[in-house]
Structures are given as C-alpha cells and as structure tokens.
Design a protein around this ligand. Structure first.
Ligand code: ATP
Length: 313
C-alpha cells in the first residue's frame, strides 16, 4: 500500500509547570508539526515515516526513541553535529502560555534536497509537507520545494499544511514561496487567514479556495477551531462541527486534525468522513495535555461518542 512520508524539523518541547524565570518543574516532549502528523497517522495504523535532520546529541536520541515508541519509521533520519532544536512552552498563568525557541542554527534547518531524495526513494503512498520547512533556511526551502516537485513529476499525491509561522518569516515572504509549494497539491489545509495568504488573488477564504481549486489543487480545507472545519472540493462545500470537549491544551490541534483528515482520505472516506475524523482527532488533541500524547489508536476512535464524564466499563 506504500508509506505515508512527512519531514521537517523536530524539536524537543520543554514544558514548564509555572514561570520559567523561577525554575518551575519541566517535562520533555517530542514536538514538531510534521512529527505530530506522523504519530497521529501511525496511531491509526498507517505505515508512516518521518524524515529530517537531528542533532547527534542526547535530545536527538530522545526524539528517535519517541518516534520508535510510536512506530513511526525514522530509518532515513540524518544526524548532524549541530544541536537538536528546543522550544520552551511556559505556563505563565493557568490561561496564558508563552513559547520561546532555541532553534536558530539547529540541526533541523540543515535539511537538503539530497536528504529529500533519500527519503522519497521508496513506495510512496502520500507525502505531507508544511509551510514551516521553507521558513527554516535556504536549503530547507530548496528541499521542500524539491519534494513537491518530485511528487508532481512522479504523480505522488501530496498535502500541504500552510502553517504560517510569523516568528520565522514575514507574510510577504511566505506569500512569495507558498503558492509555489502548494501547486498541484491534492490537499491544502490551513486556517482561513492562512488560505488567503497562499492564494494571491483571493481576499476571502471562499475566494481563496475557489482560486486554489481552479489552479489545480484537489481540495482546500479550512480549520475553524471550536467551530469545526470546512472542505472546498470540486463536488461542493462541506462543513462539519467540532466534537464537544473541554479544551485543556489546544497546541497540536491543527496537526491532529490534519492526521485525522489524511487518515480518512487514505482509507477512501468521502468529504464528510474526512472532516469528521479530522475534527475527532482535533478534539482528542485539545482534550489532553501535549501535542500528540492523547491521540487515539484506531480501536479508540469511538471513545468520544459517549457523553462527557461517562466511564467505559
Ligand atoms: P494549532 O496551530 O494550535 O495546532 P490550529 O489553529 O491549526 O491549531 P484549530 O482550528 O485551532 O487549528 O483547531 C484544529 C481542529 O481542532 C479544529 O478544526 C477542530 O476540529 C479541533 N478543535 C480545535 N479547538 C477545539 C475545541 N475547543 N473543541 C473541539 N474541537 C476543537
């Protein structure tokens, strides 16, 4: 059936239980948008592979161990003398978190087109890319554009999560590169604002979606937070509500949604089924601490069908 491949920068996310400046207790987690998607797919039983460059250090070991534990293939990861990147997620108050990156000059940005060739040299079912990778460095930008070009040439379906990161580059820079990246993508996912950013003519999300579809994108999916999600396709527009859950930690919801949406797509589900599984994984992600720790295995997909507070016996 082939492997679903994704690549990008993986980071160690260090979460504090309180203010960083006073030395609050910390915990370590594996993070990175593409890593989150790979774990989400592997939990659902898909053959998933993550690629990228990790530091030849203890944090790189930790990330490899996390990927192995989640049955994500990482056999084509390259190690580099530069350090593995770190992000701190500081719980400054119970409701206000801050993110601090230590990722400049880290191994993850060293990805090259040659790394991509090694990663894609196999039976590929699907490739998932994000708009974070081209913002990391010149070579990472060349690598991810090369990956999309390889898919177009080999007729491998691929998806792009726009994932605009304003800390890494400006909106005008992103608007110059991302339309080239998503050309010919089977699925483009983003928030309404991100979809407008990648469609040069579109001023509203509807206009942006229509423009992308007319340029050959297969379908355009807007994540709407607690309002669920909407898919713009050649067959029409489909909307599905979010699952009612108590939001504990919204970080990673978008990646979880993407994993659910792609999983249903790989299973041949229709637009309603794809949106439903995307929303379902999004709900699992916001209902638990961590980016991907709470994501379901396939036999757990029905867990949220019971009412809130119910116990399965
Ligand atoms: P992030 O970048 O923080 O990972 P995002 O902005 O990319 O998130 P959102 O639109 O916030 O993505 O959320 C993605 C999906 O997660 C939504 O489409 C929805 O399915 C689910 N979701 C988000 N917030 C909630 C919520 N409060 N309740 C239920 N589901 C939610």
């Amino acid at each position: 059936a082939g492997t679903v491949v994704t690549f990008g920068e993986a980071l160690v996310s260090v979460r504090s239980a309180g203010p960083l400046a006073i030395g609050s207790p910390l915990t370590m987690h594996a993070a990175g948008a593409e890593l989150n998607v790979a774990v989400g797919l592997a939990r659902l039983g898909h053959a998933a592979s993550w690629g990228g460059v990790l530091g030849d250090d203890e944090l790189g070991e930790f990330l490899l161990r996390s990927l192995a534990a989640e049955r994500v293939d990482a056999s084509r990861v390259r190690r580099d003398v530069l350090p593995t990147g770190v992000m701190f997620l500081e719980a400054r108050t119970p409701d206000v978190s801050r993110v601090f990156y230590h990722r400049k000059g880290s191994a993850g940005a060293q990805l090259t087109p040659h790394d991509v060739d090694r990663l894609l040299d196999r039976d590929l079912a699907w490739l998932h890319l994000t708009g974070i990778t081209p913002a990391l460095s010149e070579r990472a930008r060349a690598a991810v554009l090369h990956a999309a070009e390889t898919c177009r040439r080999r007729s491998v379906p691929f998806s792009v999560d726009v994932n605009f990161r304003s800390k890494l580059w400006s909106a005008p820079e992103a608007a110059e590169v991302l339309p080239r990246l998503i050309e010919g993508a089977e699925v483009v996912i983003g928030s309404p604002e991100e979809l407008v950013l990648v469609a040069p003519e579109g001023k509203t999300v509807e206009a942006a979606a229509a423009e992308l579809l007319s340029r050959g994108v297969g379908e355009v999916v807007a994540k709407l937070g607690a309002a669920g999600a909407r898919a713009y396709t050649a067959q029409g527009v489909f909307t599905a509500p979010a699952f009612p859950v108590r939001a504990v930690d919204t970080v990673g919801a978008g990646d979880a949604f993407t994993a659910g949406y792609l999983s249903a797509r790989l299973d041949g589900e229709d637009a309603d089924g794809r949106l439903r599984r995307g929303n379902l994984l999004g709900a699992f992600a916001v209902g638990q601490l961590g980016d991907w720790e709470g994501l379901p295995r396939r036999d757990e997909l029905g867990l949220l069908d019971l009412g809130q507070g119910e116990t399965h016996r």
